[in-house]
Write a protein that binds this ligand. Structure first.
Ligand code: PCA
Length: 324
């Protein structure tokens, strides 16, 4: 065989082997239902990565905590059991208080402030995650958090003794401060906990109220707009580094677009979710002056606590947030 013909054959063999060898498959565990706006955003992100990488990177979204529980996703990404995953940042406040800056009641209310807090928090998250072998791809806020409760309330004293669902250390702390009984339950198990009476009240967004069919057992939602916690999409650094340069760029570009789209979706769907709850029989009410004042006091205690734990880095984060 002539050398040029041998080269030709080799090239043909190499090309034939290329599609299979060059395709990478990633798993993306998430903790919320497929119809939730965060998950829909992840799906779109995955299909855009597929397109932009020419089919080289295939990401499968595993919704509703079907692969890992909400609290386990971060460790799974760190250990490489999943190459990337969506986490709720405030769940990791006990590991480092900087993860929980967006869970402090009434520090940042409404979308413009939440955006500002996200920008202030980002460099700290980048650093924390890098030290753990991971990288931040994007963050998107949940809609503002309000109180789901079975009866009308005028102050936090009206919630004393009730069974309160917590999703994070901070929401458990609120229960403690108002004299309620906290039970930690991830979103994927909330509708069952409500139906069986394990919990009778909680703070979260209209989105989770809708996803968990809370209107079937609870009639009141107090729209306190107390904070906007964020989901974050994180990737294992080794998995990221193993991608070729164009695929890495495709991934980062799709992530930046998903971040912009996600914040917009969150804000647009906030009203949609509240309307959907009202149509299903819930009363959506503003908090009374006394209830607002009580929550402000709770927030003050929690912020002081957080500042003590977060030290000088916490101060730097708050200064960045307050910078005009
Ligand atoms: N929903 C999630 C976290 C914040 C929110 O709005 C939950 O309730 O678990």
């Amino acid at each position: 065989m002539s050398p040029s013909r041998r080269l030709c054959l080799l090239t043909a063999t190499a090309l034939a082997a290329l599609p299979a060898a060059a395709q990478t498959k990633w798993d993306l565990p998430s903790a919320y239902p497929a119809s939730n706006f965060h998950t829909e955003n992840l799906q779109q992100f995955a299909s855009e990565v597929d397109k932009a990488s020419g089919g080289k990177l295939k990401i499968t979204v595993h919704a509703n905590a079907s692969l890992f529980k909400a609290q386990e996703i971060k460790r799974a990404v760190q250990g490489g059991q999943a190459q990337l995953g969506e986490i709720l940042l405030v769940n990791f406040e006990n590991e480092n208080p900087l993860f929980g800056a967006d869970g402090i009641p009434l520090l940042a209310t409404g979308y413009p402030q939440a955006r500002k807090l996200a920008e202030a928090q980002k460099p700290f998250l980048n650093k924390l995650l890098a030290a753990q072998g991971m990288q931040l791809l994007y963050t998107v806020a949940w809609p503002p958090q309000g109180i789901f409760v079975k009866k009308e309330i005028g102050s936090v004293a009206d919630m004393r003794g009730i069974k309160w669902r917590a999703y994070s250390p901070a929401t458990a702390k609120i229960a403690e401060l108002i004299g309620a009984q906290p039970v930690t339950i991830q979103a994927a198990e909330l509708s069952q906990a409500l139906a069986t009476g394990v919990v009778e009240s909680y703070m979260s967004s209209g989105a989770t109220g809708y996803d968990s069919k809370t209107y079937e057992s609870i009639k009141y939602f107090y729209d306190t707009q107390a904070w906007l916690p964020k989901n974050a999409l994180i990737v294992n650094k080794r998995a990221f580094d193993a991608l070729d340069k164009p695929t890495q760029e495709a991934l980062l570009k799709a992530a930046a677009e998903a971040e912009a789209r996600g914040w917009k979706l969150s804000q647009e769907k906030n009203d949609w979710y509240k309307k959907a709850l009202a149509e299903r029989g819930m009363k959506i009410l503003p908090p009374s002056a006394k209830l607002s004042e009580d929550l402000r006091q709770v927030g003050g205690i929690m912020q002081a606590d957080w500042e003590k734990k977060a030290g000088s880095e916490g101060q730097a984060l708050l200064a960045a947030f307050r910078r005009p």
